[in-house]
Design a protein around this ligand. Structure first.
Ligand code: FES
Length: 185
């Protein structure tokens, strides 16, 4: 290889290094811009995942219970499912309290299914724990609920007493905002 040829080879190598360095710079810059863009795009996306006040409000339901007479049960909707609110008579409360745990399929004291000092009010999810039908209020052998789909009987505490359902009616999260208003959810 003569001197001219050697110079040409060196120039080509230098040129390749320059090109390679420029390409790295372009790639790095593009990556940095892409990351910044992704981060910026992620902020509204993450923000959109947080429920706003309207969504949270739909997640809870306030119910005026002042018009529900003793012995009556009403059904309200909460998060797409029925919820029973039962205004229990003294006889119904006594029957629920007097039931021995050994008699129960899914043993649970009545006291654990109501709020202390508010034993007159029973609030349960209105979905049969067998296969999800909506039981009928104030019906059945135990005067609580009767599920006509396959014959499950619940008592005045919403506990399963007879039939194929394996569990008591579920108690949703709820609180008394005052004597006349319950907030479910
Ligand atoms: S769904 Fe209620 S008894 Fe089967």
């Amino acid at each position: 290889m003569n001197q001219n040829q050697e110079n040409n080879v060196e120039q080509i190598n230098e040129s390749n290094e320059d090109t390679s360095t420029r390409r790295d710079f372009v790639v790095l810059t593009a990556s940095a811009v892409a990351c910044a863009g992704a981060a910026a795009a992620a902020i509204p996306f993450v923000k959109s995942l947080a429920p706003d006040k309207a969504v949270l409000a739909v997640g809870s339901t306030e119910v005026d219970i002042s018009k529900i007479k003793e012995g009556e049960t009403i059904t309200v909707m909460w998060r797409g499912q029925p919820v029973f609110i039962k205004h229990r008579t003294n006889a119904e409360i006594e029957a629920a309290k007097a039931t021995k745990l050994e008699e129960l399929v899914d043993p649970q004291e009545d006291d654990l299914r109501v709020k202390k000092g508010k034993e007159k009010w029973l609030v349960t999810v209105g979905v049969c724990t067998h296969l999800g039908c909506v039981p009928l209020n104030n019906k059945g052998d135990f005067k609580g609920w009767f599920c006509p789909c396959h014959g499950s009987h619940y008592d005045t505490s919403g506990r399963i007493r007879k039939g194929p359902a394996p569990k008591n009616l579920a108690i949703p999260p709820y609180e008394f905002l005052n004597d006349n208003t319950i907030k479910i959810g």
